[in-house]
Write a protein that binds this ligand. Structure first.
Ligand code: ATP
Ligand code: MG
Length: 330
């Protein structure tokens, strides 16, 4: 079976973009792949996290993944800091990757903002740790949203440079799997900005923990243009807010965007938003309910993460030993 690795940061609650762009695909891949899914807490601390909030978020994100359909008895589910191979491999990659490569990463520019001198070194080196996450298991398939494509290309470059520098065929070049209709869900407040956990406005996203009332209210207030719904797929492309909401609808309903355009052509946003709310609530509320049930018993979630960490460490150990031998460590 091909080996899949992917991760999600415990920087807050999972949102609809995480679900449609990543998690839903993680669930589907479990049937015919060996899957390793990771709550990437080392990545989370590249920006400040209150320790108590971080602990809670690790448990909640893990519970949301299980609630969304990740089966921890077949797939491996753990939090990153439990397996030191991630950090150890990342250090070696810090010495393989070039400053110029990382200088081109758009996520760093977006997250560091204007005050780049004050960003953590970890935020800059983040893509090296991400390459280590994947390659520490020699994973070949990485299901992610569109926003992670550039980081995956960097992981391929690191694998290639390592192999070339040391004259080995050690690391496979990992392939991104960017699947589904909604690979880049946009903010509900701004159709040109990605929906993110770390966006300060809660109105910008639908969280997996939102109640049906929250979802209804956020969709009702979501930014739109003043026109009726577009009548062709070409017209959708020119209207970012309409495009975002219609793409979300298509993904939730498992329909193509063309079908959604045909169904709502020329209708009013108020009607469409009601239909969208119904879809969103019916997909998300079972997950929310199950997640709440799971976090009520942190012993269960902690046990899943502990066992997952042990299984992950067992896969990573011989690969790390070989990596160290290749580098020349005694
Ligand atoms: P943060 O703002 O802290 O970076 P995030 O919302 O970007 O959080 P991540 O944990 O960085 O979430 O990403 C987890 C997964 O979700 C990744 O595979 C990423 O590509 C995907 N993802 C994140 N945001 C979106 C989005 N708006 N649309 C589709 N996929 C997304
Ligand atoms: Mg992100």
């Amino acid at each position: 079976k091909p080996r899949v690795f992917s991760g999600v940061q415990p920087t807050g609650n999972l949102h609809l973009g995480n679900y449609l762009g990543a998690i839903r695909n993680w669930v589907k891949l479990q049937h015919d792949h060996e899957c390793i899914y990771c709550v990437v807490d080392l990545h989370a601390i590249t920006v400040w996290q209150d320790p108590a909030d971080l602990t809670r978020a690790i448990r909640e994100v893990a519970a949301s993944l299980i609630a969304a359909g990740i089966d921890p008895t077949t797939s491996i589910l753990f939090n990153q800091s439990k397996v030191s191979a991630h950090a150890e491999t990342a250090w070696i990659f810090n010495c393989v990757a070039r400053m110029g490569w990382l200088n081109r990463m758009t996520q760093f520019k977006e997250k560091a903002g204007k005050d780049r001198e004050n960003a953590s070194v970890g935020l800059f080196a983040y893509p090296n740790l991400m390459a280590a996450d994947i390659l520490a298991y020699k994973a070949t398939h990485v299901p992610v949203g569109e926003d992670q494509k550039q980081h995956l290309e960097l992981a391929r470059d690191i694998a290639q440079k390592f192999n070339h520098d040391f004259g080995v065929e050690h690391f496979p070049a990992p392939d991104p799997l960017i699947l589904g209709e909604a690979t880049r869900v946009m903010s509900l407040r701004d159709g040109t900005k990605k929906m993110s956990k770390s966006d300060p406005s809660d109105q910008s996203r639908i969280n997996l923990t939102d109640s049906p009332d929250d979802i209804e209210q956020k969709i009702r207030r979501a930014k739109t243009d003043p026109l009726p719904l577009p009548e062709t797929v070409e017209e959708v492309a020119a209207r970012p807010e309409a495009a975002n909401l219609m793409t979300i609808y298509a993904a939730l309903a498992d329909e193509s965007l063309a079908d959604v355009v045909a169904a709502f052509a020329g209708k009013q946003f108020s009607d469409f938003k009601r239909a969208l709310t119904e879809r969103a609530v019916s997909v998300l509320s079972p997950i929310t309910g199950e997640m709440r049930r799971l976090v009520a018993d942190p012993g269960y979630v902690d046990g899943v993460l502990r066992q997952g960490g042990e299984r992950a460490a067992a896969i990573a150990a011989p690969i790390l030993a070989e990596t160290k031998r290749i580098v020349g460590f005694l």
